[in-house]
Design a protein around this ligand. Structure first.
Ligand SMILES: [Zn+2]
Length: 157
């Protein structure tokens, strides 16, 4: 029997999948986003056993599964742990003027980093370990984009 796969042409079908969805942020997520929206403050939770401060906050410690009931106020500045600069426009992935960056930021007081956008930086100004600060939106809605982006802390050497 002929192997029909061997010389088969490749037929490409073009399409667009749009999957809008909503879900409740939960008790921990809601408290976090309310505080971000209403007070411009980042909050984390601390594991009572490991003493790791998680940001974003976790209900349970992923290491020891203990419930993290202690809330900790974090700084709005932190350390850039990793980043990549985006220099080419992409219609779905370019929320800010180019260049911008995606980075992992460990806020002051937290032991874990989180992903956000960086903007308002000069060429060569970003580095692993650099200090960055949050820039909040004037109109906040209760989501992580209430922080428009992070930028290098100016005037600190
Ligand atoms: Zn733990």
């Amino acid at each position: 029997m002929e192997n029909w796969r061997e010389n088969q042409e490749i037929i490409v079908m073009e399409g667009r999948i749009k999957v809008p969805y909503t879900w409740a942020a939960g008790e921990v997520g809601t408290r976090y986003l309310e505080t971000l929206r209403d007070q411009r403050k980042f909050m984390g939770t601390r594991c009572p056993r490991c003493e790791i401060v998680y940001h974003p906050p976790r209900r349970n410690c992923p290491d020891c599964f203990e419930e993290c009931e202690d809330w900790v106020e974090l700084g709005s500045q932190g350390e850039l742990q990793s980043y990549t600069v985006v220099r080419r426009h992409h219609p779905q992935l370019s929320p800010l003027p180019l260049p911008f960056a995606y980075g992992i930021i460990k806020l002051d007081g937290a032991d874990t980093g989180f992903l956000h956008i960086l903007s308002d930086f000069q060429e060569g100004e970003l580095a692993v370990g650099s200090r960055v600060e949050a820039v909040f939106a004037e109109e906040r809605e209760g989501n992580i984009r209430d922080v428009l982006f992070f930028r290098p802390v100016k005037g600190v050497d």
